[in-house]
Write a protein that binds this ligand. Structure first.
Ligand SMILES: NC(=O)c1ccc[n+]([C@@H]2O[C@H](COP(=O)([O-])OP(=O)(O)OC[C@H]3O[C@@H](n4cnc5c(N)ncnc54)[C@H](OP(=O)(O)O)[C@@H]3O)[C@@H](O)[C@H]2O)c1
Length: 321
């Protein structure tokens, strides 16, 4: 796998503003952050709601891209969910994602789109990958079985991007973000990720005056969390300055235990009851930390400290619901 992670300069800017960028999935956590960032930096951001354009429909997607002819595409549309959704709807997690990727990447190439950034996820890496996880560990071991259909679809997307590079010289690249959080996150306890779920649990416990909150597992697994606005700035750096074959990990380079995370969230929310741990529930992988040296070599680094980011998300959710 070759990479081309040269330090950015004005001369090697591959997508200066005011280029036009179609952000697929602009209403999602990632797509909305990318839209905010690119708009603020002077790009002409193009969007379509799912009702206007179902990205699984290859013909409609190709027709839209051929008419709009953006300079670049950010593929942040996907069927996304937690363990429960992944195990209930494996067909949709495999097929919807494959279809979206086929439509958007092939449609972009047919329309002559110059640059494309495909967003995958850290779950593409082997379950037992060496930590911190380097991009080179892709396809070196077995995947976590609970989200294998989703991970395989995302791996196919990376290989699709690489194939367009090899066969057609397309300047298309992939990014693999760690666990994300940020404005507009999903707070539905049935389907949410750990961080918004903790915010909601502690907030409700505080409101109810509950003396104790019980959380799943031992609290010892280590996880990494990146504010989605930091991911959005990484996406802009990649569009402008990265043209390598390999995917690029995007994380903060630092992790903490779920117990430390829970204590931080409780502190932000102002919950001062006890934390209890239900050890009969599974812990999952002991550690999942991305090696982000490829991304930081491009001059990017995250700007939003975890506690500050959590406080902003809590404030937004508490006031806007
Ligand atoms: N969230 C994380 O922690 C995380 C971590 C690592 C990687 N990622 C990656 O980042 C990408 C975006 O994730 P996210 O968290 O932003 O997900 P999200 O909030 O669920 O947003 C996904 C977006 O895709 C759109 N979409 C889905 N199917 C579509 C279709 N058939 N046609 C048109 N639009 C469709 C959705 O539209 P509607 O609004 O109409 O539903 C939504 O706007 C995914 O590839 C994911 O793997 C996310």
């Amino acid at each position: 796998m070759t990479t081309d992670a040269t330090a950015p300069t004005a001369e090697n800017d591959l997508l200066p503003p005011p280029a036009s960028v179609f952000v697929a999935g602009h209403r999602g956590l990632v797509g909305s952050a990318v839209t905010r960032r690119l708009t603020a930096d002077g790009y002409d951001v193009l969007t379509r709601t799912r009702a206007e354009l179902d990205l699984r429909d290859a013909a409609a997607t190709a027709a839209y891209l051929a008419a709009a002819r953006p300079d670049a595409v950010v593929l942040a549309a996907a069927k996304v969910g937690g363990i429960m959704a992944n195990s209930t709807y494996p067909v949709q997690f495999l097929e919807d994602n494959l279809r979206i990727q086929l439509s958007v990447i092939a449609g972009a190439h047919a329309a002559g789109v110059r640059r494309l950034l495909f967003l995958g996820s850290s779950c593409i890496y082997p379950k037992l990958a060496e930590q911190p996880i380097r991009e080179e560990s892709l396809l070196t071991g077995e995947l976590e079985p609970t989200n294998e259909p989703y991970a395989l679809a995302k791996i196919a997307g990376i290989v699709q991007v690489q194939s367009y590079r090899r066969q057609f010289g397309a300047s298309y690249v992939s990014a693999m973000p760690t666990n994300l959080y940020g404005p507009g996150d999903n707070f539905d306890l049935e389907t949410s990720h750990v961080l918004p779920a903790l915010i909601r649990r502690f907030h409700e416990a505080k409101e109810a005056g509950a003396p104790e909150v019980t959380l799943w597992g031992s609290g010892t697994p280590r996880r990494e969390f990146l504010h989605v606005d930091d991911l959005a700035s990484a996406c802009e750096v990649l569009l402008r300055h990265y043209d390598g074959d390999g995917p690029v990990n995007v994380g903060c380079g630092d992790d903490l235990t779920i117990r430390e995370l829970a204590e931080t969230v409780a502190g932000v929310v102002g919950y001062d009851g006890e934390l209890a741990w239900d050890m009969s529930k599974p812990d999952g992988t002991p550690r999942k930390l991305l090696d982000v040296s490829r991304m930081t070599a491009l001059g990017w680094k995250p700007q939003i400290p975890l506690r500050e980011g959590i406080a902003a998300v809590y404030e937004e959710w508490r006031t806007k619901g």
